[in-house]
Design a protein around this ligand. Structure first.
Ligand code: ATP
Ligand code: MG
Length: 464
């Protein structure tokens, strides 16, 4: 019993000694060298020729074992950051939480980390036990024990084509299991972000979270509050841009991680009215990521928070505010809460505001206004957003179809579409009052009238 407990603390599984790795040859692991970046091979080779150990490590090995081309390569070595830096022309020591070396080969960036030691007992921590800084170096087996999950703790040497497995990662890959290394509670306490990581990997890889790895999460979830907002935001972004955002959010909910943690998630997961819109937005994001297309974080967050903006927009208008200023006030409120809690970068917040502020202008289909909107550098994002609003049933489908036709049309055809739009008012524009100028707010100038929930038929000052 005691022996078992000590083993558990040391991360020993099935009686395995975690200082001695299992070594797997190519016939056992089956990694296809062609999935490796030539630069990762070059980098490990240079380090090895200089007398150091060097391996591809972490997520890249996991992906290689799954037959997936890794999106980036992390390298682990026993060379110190200074020793690594000296070997490469374009190498930079980056020191945030952990010191690492960025090595550039053309456009490709590889991260090189020196094996970390098991010194976390002495590392400075916050009052909740979160490790603040820990740069002690150590032997490779200690480096392995400090990694988060067994499937992320394998080392691959391209020269000999062998995999070193200290924690039964290869079996867990085969069983599609996510298992934390060591005592789960202690590992989440050291770094609560691991709770978000396990959820992301489970959703992305379609793996099952092993029960003892999963059990403490709902209880320990509030520890995420103490993690610097910027780090949580980075992890959220990874989660949402993983190509499996919908699955990730479902998994977050089922792991009990959605409650009172991130205001953004509360909004998204606990507000059923916006769910259709959010689901469509995430489906489209996942589709784009899987197709290798770019995704703008601004668009994504603008979608996730749109229904919160809508609600506040309506409230401000009900309180007598004109539609455009009301929209800006609503955007201010939503962005303010989110920037405090989520460290939304200013650039992303600006993109979100642009996308929201453009929306009423799509409903103005007279004169030069639609042409002006087409010239807006952010038109495409605003238009895609409009289509989501239509698809979710918030707006009449006709307006989205009209804009698609207008966007695709030649100039003569555009005039015809304009005439047609003005002859046959859209459903959302039925209760139209005569245009009136609204007070200008910020740089956006467009005024409108009220036609109900989220569909103010904007009229009036649309000039930039
Ligand atoms: P991906 O890059 O696909 O998101 P990854 O596993 O490569 O997944 P990274 O954030 O790139 O994730 O980290 C590289 C490796 O560093 C991980 O595989 C893991 O071994 C280790 N690691 C990263 N974050 C942590 C953490 N919070 N705690 C312990 N080990 C970690
Ligand atoms: Mg990685």
């Amino acid at each position: 019993m005691i022996k078992k407990f000590i083993r558990k603390i040391l991360g020993v599984k099935d009686g395995r000694n975690p200082t001695e790795p299992v070594t797997l040859g190519v016939e056992q692991h089956g990694i296809d060298l062609k999935l490796l970046s030539p630069n990762a091979i070059r980098l490990t080779q240079t380090l090895q020729e200089a007398g150091f150990k060097a391996f591809v490590v972490g997520g890249a090995v996991r992906d290689l074992l799954l037959g997936v081309k890794p999106k980036d390569f992390d390298i682990a070595t026993d060379a110190t950051p200074e020793q690594v830096k000296k070997l490469f022309r374009r190498a930079f020591i980056i020191g945030r939480r952990f010191q690492i070396v960025h090595v550039m080969f053309g456009q490709e960036l590889l991260e090189v980390t020196t094996f970390r030691g098991a010194g976390s007992a002495n590392a400075p921590k916050d009052e909740h036990g979160r490790v603040l800084r820990d740069n002690s170096f150590g032997p490779q087996h200690e480096d392995a024990a400090r990694r988060d999950f067994t499937i992320n703790a394998m080392y691959y040497d391209p020269a000999t084509q062998t995999v070193l497995d200290y924690h039964g990662g290869i079996e867990d890959i085969r069983d599609k299991t996510l298992r934390i290394i060591g005592v789960p509670e202690a590992r989440y306490r050291e770094d609560p972000v691991r709770m978000l990581r396990v959820v992301r990997f489970a959703a992305k890889l379609g793996f099952t979270i092993e029960p003892t790895t999963r059990a403490p999460i709902p209880v320990m979830a509030p520890l995420i509050d103490n993690v610097p907002a910027a780090r949580v935001f980075d992890e959220m972004l990874k989660l949402l841009l993983s190509g499996h955002a919908l699955a990730c959010l479902k998994e977050l909910r089922s792991a009990g991680l959605h409650h009172g943690l991130l205001p953004l998630l509360d909004v998204v997961l606990e507000q059923p009215i916006g769910m259709k819109f959010v689901t469509l937005a995430l489906e489209s994001t996942d589709g784009r990521v899987k197709a290798g297309k770019g995704v703008s974080p601004g668009f994504l967050f603008a979608s996730l928070l749109w229904h919160q903006v809508l609600e506040k927009w309506n409230a401000y208008r009900a309180a007598g505010e004109a539609p455009i200023p009301a929209l800006h006030l609503a955007a201010d409120d939503v962005l303010e809460t989110q920037t405090d809690n989520l460290a939304l970068q200013r650039r992303i917040a600006t993109d979100m505001r642009d996308i929201w502020a453009m929306q009423p202008r799509f409903e103005r289909r007279q004169g030069k206004a639609p042409y002006k909107l087409l010239e807006n550098p952010r038109f495409r994002a605003g238009y895609d957003f409009l289509l989501l609003r239509c698809a979710s049933g918030e707006l009449d489908a006709e307006i989205g179809e009209w804009w698609t036709a207008f966007y695709d049309a030649e100039s003569g055809e555009r005039e015809r579409l304009l005439t047609q739009a003005n002859a046959r008012p859209a459903a959302g524009e039925k209760k139209k009052r005569p245009p009136r100028r609204g007070p200008r707010h910020r740089s956006e100038g467009a005024a409108g009238n009220d036609t109900g929930m989220g569909a103010p038929a904007a009229a009036g000052a649309g000039e930039e």
